[in-house]
Design a protein around this ligand. Structure first.
Ligand SMILES: [Zn+2]
Length: 96
C-alpha cells in the first residue's frame, strides 16, 4: 500500500502541547491503548488538516491524542494512550 504521507512527526505538535504541559511531551514515551506499542511521542504521526490536531500511533494508526482550540478553551483527548512516561532529568525547562 502506497498511501501518500500527509502527516508530520510528533514534533509538529510541540507548540500546541506546550500550551497545556509544563514539560516537553515530544520526548516522553507513550503507550498506545490499542496495540501496546511504546514509542517516543515525537515518533507519532501528526495530522494538522483537521480542526486542531490528531496524533496517531506509528505502528497501528490508532488515535493517540486529539487537541482542539475552540474559542478560549483547549480540548485535549488522551484516551488513545494508556500512559505517558516522562524522564524529568532530560527536561531543560522543568526547573526554570
Ligand atoms: Zn498502536
Amino acid at each position: 500500500m502506497n498511501a501518500p504521507m500527509n502527516y508530520l512527526d510528533g514534533n509538529a505538535a510541540a507548540g500546541e502541547l506546550s500550551r497545556v504541559f509544563a514539560v516537553d511531551i515530544t520526548s516522553a514515551e507513550g503507550q498506545c491503548a490499542n496495540c501496546g506499542a511504546k514509542r517516543r511521542f515525537a515518533e507519532a504521526h501528526v495530522y494538522l488538516q483537521c480542526p486542531g490536531l490528531v496524533a496517531r500511533c506509528p505502528v497501528c494508526g490508532h488515535v493517540l491524542l486529539r487537541l482542539a482550540n475552540i474559542q478560549e478553551r483547549v480540548f485535549l483527548d488522551l484516551r488513545g494512550m494508556t500512559r505517558l512516561t516522562f524522564d524529568t532529568t532530560k527536561q531543560s525547562n522543568a526547573t526554570s
